[in-house]
Structure formats: structure tokens, C-alpha cells
Design a protein around this ligand. Structure first.
Ligand code: PMP
Length: 459
């Protein structure tokens, strides 16, 4: 690449001049200059100044097998030479699509045996909106089209997926949500549980689903969509009472349960799917990210035998040029082979997770930290001026979180902030030694943030 040897400042200037970044205040970034990442290996990314950073976010929650696996590059090159592209419209198919769909039908639990491929998690959730509405229409219930989702849930950034999501800042731009989407409150006990016990609060939040179904009418509600554990919302691990009650409600009323497994899938929670960790039986799963460990863009909607049999009864007028892209599908297959053969999900759940959980829990003793929660390799800590009252900072949500995030970067650690929660989702291959480094850098960053918060009078 012609620009490979340009100095950092020149790359930053070119980036500022021509590249628009997702979810970014463009002018603010352009003044400061973006961090330029040039290479990565294992759990470590390297920037254009040669600084090595432990990536405790696995990119964007996706590099489950870690960086730098040549096998995926080799498979991609082979597939590009043999068949770089062909579509799956017009009664055609190809070997990577067939093999990946079969593999997924084996890995995904229950009778979710059919995959509609997409280019991303957002595309997959848009597919879900159209598919569930079409499903009910085919069953003679065209009014059964409202999809219930949750405030502070995240399902992607396309018009449909962002409408399902409960991010008010996203709804405020571009005229969202689309019609026939309803939201209920999230099961975030730390921020919204008040005086209730986590158990009672989990039940109360789950029963909002039942209340919403009754308010709208069962014959108007097509589906409920949720992440088994909210990711972008701040790694919100629901109280244990929550999911069984949601499942009970979905069973009682005739509505489809869509588990958005874009983050939780492929080992993140210590089992193959978050639905297994949470004990739920979805009718549809949204998958992406860990499906290819981020090495190629691919997602999918995995649906039950029943849904597939109804949808397949006629033409479903939907699809993408890159549905089941052969190179992405081949890369995903190789990723799944490595996850299985190297027992990476077992490593994540039985080796890395218990060790990390012990260390993570100790962070709760830090004076800036309220709760420290983790499930599998998905964790968060809540920063607070007063743990006992679960208080928020007077400076406003995110001010202290951002300070901490910046200190993490400076200390060689990618830990993201969502408001004043600090979150992690490291590659599943993380070793005990990497975990020690992660905790050491996180603690140093928390200490520095605490000192700065005190110095600036933000406590
Ligand atoms: N669903 C969830 C749960 C996600 O976390 C994300 C992305 N962070 C998406 C959907 C959207 O996926 P994509 O960015 O690949 O469109």
C-alpha cells in the first residue's frame, strides 16, 4: 500500500481530510488526529508509532480467535482465486454457503437449522424485521407486526436495526424509529433498580414485556428482540430472574423470540451462544462478529424449522449482493474450525473466565468503582462517586468514563467506556498472563482517574 510508510501526522491529516468515522464527532477528532493501527497479533494491536496496546475489546467485540491467524488469510486467498464472488439469487448457490449453513445448523441449539446470510449484524436485524412480519402475514395475521425491543438495547445502525435499538441519541437523528416498534425498559439494576432487590427488579422489568403485549394486543405483536447480555449499552448482565420470566411470557403469548447474538455468540459468554448461558430458546438468532472473528464482514439470521417452512412457501423479496459472500463464508468456516478444534470456547468458559472473574471482582474494592460484573469474557465496572448509594457523577454521564478510557489508552489498554461504565470483551484466547497485564493496566488507569477526579473536584 502506497501510504504504508507515511509518518503518523501525514496519515492523520489525510484521514481528517477524507475519511468520515462512525459514531464520531468529526471536527473534534480531526483536530486531535485518529490513532492509526497498523498491525495486530494475538491480543495485541500496534499503532503507527510502534506502541503496543492490549485490546481488551477484541476490536469491536469480534476478534474471538485473536489477531494474526494465517489460516484465515490462506483460506481467503484460496477462495478468491477459485471463486471470488457469486450470488445466491436466481436459483444458484456455492460450496462455502452450503457448508457454512450446514455447520451453523449443527452449532446453533434447538431447531434453528436455516440461515439467511447478511453482510453484518445490522443487515441481519433488518432481515429479521421483514422476515417476522412476512411470516405472520403468510400465516394470515398481517396486523401482527409490532416488534418489542428495549431502551438502551443495540441492534445496529441501519434504519431498521437502529429503530429496534433503544439508543435515544440514534433515534434523534434521521427520523427514527420506523413505525410499529415498541420499547420497554432495560434490566439494568445498578442504574435503575432503586430500592428493589435485583431479583424483584429483574421480574418487574421482564413483566413490562407482558404489560406491553397486553397494551398493544397479542394479535398485533410479532416478536420480542433482545441481546442475551446488552453489549453496547454497557455490558448489562440482567438479574437471574429476568430471562426465565421473559421466556415464560414469550411461551404464553404467540410472539417470536429473537436473540441478538451478534456479541454473545461464538463463545463470548463462555458457551457457544448467550442463549445457552441464559437458558433461553429463541426462534431466531442474529449472528455476525464472532462468526468470522471479524476477519471478513458476514452476518446471518438463523431461524427455526417452522419459520423457514413458512417463509420458503413463496418468494421472500429480500436479499443482499453480499448474502453468503463466498470469501466471507469460507473465512467464517475456517474460524469455526479453529474455535472448535482448538477448544477456544471451552478455554474461554472454563479457563480464562474463572481466572478473569476473580481478578475482575477485586476491582470492586477500588474507591472509584461501584459494582464489577462479568459473565464469560464480557465484563463491566460501574464508576461512581459513592458505591453505597449507586450515585452518578454530578459532572454528567460519561465525563469520568472518558477520562478513564483515555488513561487506559495511554497505559496500553483498550477498555471502552459507555457513560461511566468501563467495559471489556477481550479475545477468547486470552491467557492468564494477558489477564494479569489487563488488570494491572486497568488498576493503574483507575488510580490515575481517581487522582484526576479528586484534583478536579468531581467527586
Ligand atoms: N447487534 C448487536 C448486539 C451488536 O452489538 C451490533 C454491533 N455492535 C449489531 C447488532 C450491529 O452489527 P454491525 O455493526 O455488524 O452491523
Amino acid at each position: 500500500m502506497a501510504y504504508n510508510h507515511l509518518p503518523t501526522e501525514e496519515l492523520q491529516a489525510l484521514d481528517a481530510a477524507h475519511h468520515m468515522h462512525p459514531f464520531t464527532d468529526g471536527n473534534a477528532l480531526n483536530k486531535k488526529g485518529a490513532r492509526v493501527i497498523t498491525s495486530a497479533k494475538g491480543v495485541t494491536i500496534t499503532d503507527s508509532d510502534g506502541k503496543e496496546i492490549l485490546d481488551a475489546m477484541a476490536g469491536l467485540w469480534c476478534v474471538n480467535i485473536g489477531y494474526g491467524r494465517d489460516e484465515l488469510a490462506d483460506v481467503a486467498a484460496r477462495q478468491m482465486r477459485q471463486l471470488p464472488y457469486y450470488n445466491t439469487f436466481f436459483q444458484t448457490t456455492h460450496v462455502p454457503a452450503i457448508e457454512l449453513a450446514k455447520k451453523l445448523s449443527q452449532l446453533v441449539p434447538g431447531d434453528l437449522n436455516h440461515v439467511f446470510f447478511n453482510g453484518s449484524g445490522s443487515d441481519a436485524n433488518d432481515t429479521n424485521i421483514r422476515m417476522v412480519r412476512h411470516y405472520w402475514a403468510l400465516k394470515g395475521k398481517p396486523d401482527k407486526k409490532t416488534i418489542i425491543a428495549r431502551w438502551n438495547g443495540y441492534h445496529g445502525s441501519t434504519v431498521g436495526a437502529a429503530s429496534l435499538g433503544g439508543m435515544k441519541g440514534m433515534h434523534a437523528q434521521g427520523g427514527l424509529p420506523i413505525p410499529d416498534i415498541a420499547h420497554i425498559d432495560q434490566p439494568d439494576w445498578w442504574s435503575e433498580g432503586g430500592e428493589q432487590s435485583p431479583h424483584a427488579f429483574g421480574l418487574e422489568r421482564a413483566r413490562q414485556l407482558e404489560a406491553k403485549i397486553n397494551e398493544l394486543g397479542e394479535d398485533k405483536v410479532a416478536a420480542f428482540i433482545a441481546e442475551p447480555i446488552q453489549g453496547a449499552g454497557g455490558v448489562i448482565i440482567p438479574p437471574e430472574s429476568y430471562w426465565p420470566e421473559i421466556q415464560r411470557i414469550c411461551d404464553k403469548y404467540e410472539i417470536l423470540l429473537i436473540a441478538d447474538e451478534v456479541i454473545c455468540g461464538f463463545g463470548r459468554t463462555g458457551q457457544w451462544f448467550g442463549s445457552q448461558t441464559m437458558g433461553i430458546r429463541p426462534d431466531i438468532m442474529t449472528i455476525a462478529k464472532g462468526l468470522s472473528s471479524g476477519y471478513a464482514p458476514i452476518g446471518g439470521s438463523v431461524v427455526s424449522d417452522e419459520i423457514a417452512s413458512v417463509i420458503n412457501s413463496g418468494e421472500f423479496n429480500h436479499g443482499y449482493t453480499y448474502s453468503a459472500h463466498p470469501v466471507a463464508a469460507a473465512v467464517a468456516l475456517e474460524n469455526l474450525r479453529i474455535l472448535e478444534e482448538e477448544k477456544i470456547v471451552e478455554h474461554a468458559g472454563k479457563v480464562a473466565a474463572p481466572y478473569l472473574a476473580g481478578k475482575w471482582a477485586e476491582l470492586a474494592d477500588h474507591p472509584l468503582v461501584g459494582e464489577a460484573k462479568i459473565k464469560g469474557l464480557m465484563g463491566s465496572i460501574a464508576l461512581t462517586p459513592d458505591a453505597a448509594s449507586r450515585a452518578a457523577f454530578a459532572a454528567g454521564a460519561g465525563v469520568v468514563g472518558l477520562m478513564c478510557r483515555d488513561r487506559c489508552f495511554a497505559n496500553g489498554l483498550v477498555m471502552r467506556h459507555v457513560g461511566d461504565r468501563m467495559i471489556i470483551s477481550p479475545p477468547l484466547i486470552i491467557t492468564h498472563q494477558d489477564i494479569d497485564t489487563l488488570i494491572e493496566r486497568a488498576t493503574k488507569s483507575l488510580d490515575e482517574t481517581y487522582a484526576a477526579v479528586k484534583a478536579e473536584g468531581l467527586l
